[in-house]
Design a protein around this ligand. Sequence first.
Ligand SMILES: Nc1ncnc2c1ncn2[C@@H]1O[C@H](COP(=O)(O)OP(=O)(O)OP(=O)(O)O)[C@@H](O)[C@H]1O
Ligand SMILES: [Mg+2]
Length: 211
Amino acid sequence: MRIPGPFVTFEGGEGSGKSTQLRLLAARLSADGHTVVTTREPGGTPGAEAVRRLLLEGDGDRWSALAELYLFLAARTDHVERLVAPARARGAFVLCDRFHDSTRVYQGLAGGLGLALVDRLQAPVLARARPDLTVLLDLAPEVGLARRARAGGGGRFERRDPDFHRRVREGFLELARREPERIRVFDATLPEAVLADEIYRTVRDRFGREP
Ligand SMILES: Nc1ncnc2c1ncn2[C@@H]1O[C@H](COP(=O)(O)OP(=O)(O)OP(=O)(O)O)[C@@H](O)[C@H]1O
Ligand SMILES: [Mg+2]
């Protein structure tokens, strides 16, 4: 049987450089000859993208915290079943922009549902696809939100109060302290190219094998 392809997730607050670094890593891994599948959450499949619109559009208080959690998990389940797990089974490198740690932080640690509940409810979907490595881009929320504002972004989550964004940053760092082997923290204030080198080196060291 084929060895499942590596599953790498990118996490961090708004505007921390997740999408930029995912793109740069994908280009380097492809140049090395790997089959790379890039995707994002919430979304990645037609069903999950439909749920994404429910999650990211509308008023900040459109959903209760628990209703929101179930929507995220519905989207993740479709994404994992139809895209992530099959791609890994083919041996592809799967790079995903946000995954379960975002839920653990935004809904669990910063959003008030607590980590235990979130972990319990998402255990079944994680059993089908668990990240091997997580790139955490750590950045002061003011800096990330200013970058996003310049880039013209705007969504339900970034309109939350500054204290929420501080809890998000702290929440991600807390998860990294609990799982230092899986979650690697990078200083997102570094220039893009420097970060890209560091992330590539980390991935190569972890999954050092011929394509
Ligand atoms: N290392 C960096 N230093 C300075 N600016 C950066 C860096 N990386 C990305 N940027 C810029 O910051 C903005 C946000 O980057 P990017 O979209 O990659 O972040 P993101 O984490 O995916 O954001 P979002 O939360 O909106 O998805 C972009 O305008 C990007 O060009
Ligand atoms: Mg992004």
